[in-house]
Write a protein that binds this ligand. Structure first.
Ligand code: ZN
Ligand code: FE
Length: 251
């Protein structure tokens, strides 16, 4: 299986998972760039990490191109939040594509119906985990979001993170403002260089998030110390996470 990154809208990414002339699309923000990227591949299914318009907006036009299953969370199916959704999945469920099986993780916080797909060495967390950051907490609680990030950070550190937006440089600038650790400073320089070449920063190992992303490092001393300066109890993971997320909202 290989992965094609499909830039959409201003800073969104959809992904084509490709095997043997067939494809699944993850989070089709809009149809035109996805149809162009298909380039003769047969679309087998649409997988959605959450119901926000900038992740599902292309579904009606893709279904007009070819009627395929639309997989999202059980929550979003029950609430009718994704146009054309045919299947609702949650933690422990699997979804097949070709010879591969995706594991589903339930990760509420950004939205209550957020899920991640894990397949063939790749993790598709939508807007919950970004390279260097995390999504805003729109529907869940801060504790739910931290719990969801705890679920993701416990996965295989070799997994490549294919997230929903190109926010990496801004995220790492925020991380550097909290604690200019060498790994963070170096990664920020690397990612600025990647962007200067016009390339996406996504598809990098989860291990790099564990070393540089403050939103999965509530128990790392420099990050907890930064949260303490913001008024949080550094020994309370939920308080540390909430202080960082609120600071980022204002940043
Ligand atoms: Zn979103
Ligand atoms: Fe989004």
């Amino acid at each position: 299986m290989n992965v094609r990154t499909v830039p959409c809208l201003t800073d969104n990414y959809a992904y084509l998972l490709v095997q043997d002339g067939h494809a699944v699309v993850v989070d089709p923000s809009e149809a035109a760039p996805v149809l162009a990227a298909l380039d003769g591949l047969v679309l087998d299914a649409i997988w959605c990490t959450h119901h926000h318009w900038d992740h599902v907006g292309g579904i009606p036009a893709l279904l007009a191109h070819r009627a395929v299953p639309v997989v999202g969370s059980r929550y979003d199916l029950e609430h009718g939040r994704i146009d054309g959704q045919t299947a609702g999945v949650g933690a422990g469920d699997t979804v097949r594509f070709g010879s591969h099986v995706a594991r589903v993780h339930t990760i509420p916080g950004h939205t209550l119906g957020a899920i991640a797909f894990e397949i063939d060495g790749g993790l598709y967390p939508g807007d919950t985990l970004f390279v260097g950051g995390c999504g805003r907490v729109f529907e869940g609680t801060m504790a739910q979001m931290r719990g969801s990030l705890a679920t993701l950070r416990a996965l295989d550190p070799a997994l490549r993170v294919w997230c929903g937006h190109e926010y990496t440089v801004k995220n790492l600038e925020f991380a550097e403002s909290l604690a200019p650790e060498p790994e963070v400073v170096e990664r920020l320089a690397d990612m600025r260089a990647v962007r200067a070449r016009g390339e996406p920063t996504v598809g990098r190992p989860l291990a790099a998030e564990l070393a540089t992303n403050p939103f999965v490092r509530w128990d790392a001393p420099p990050v907890a110390a930064a949260a303490a300066r913001l008024g949080a109890d550094p020994a309370d993971p939920d308080a540390v996470f909430a202080a960082l997320r609120e600071a980022k909202d204002r940043w």
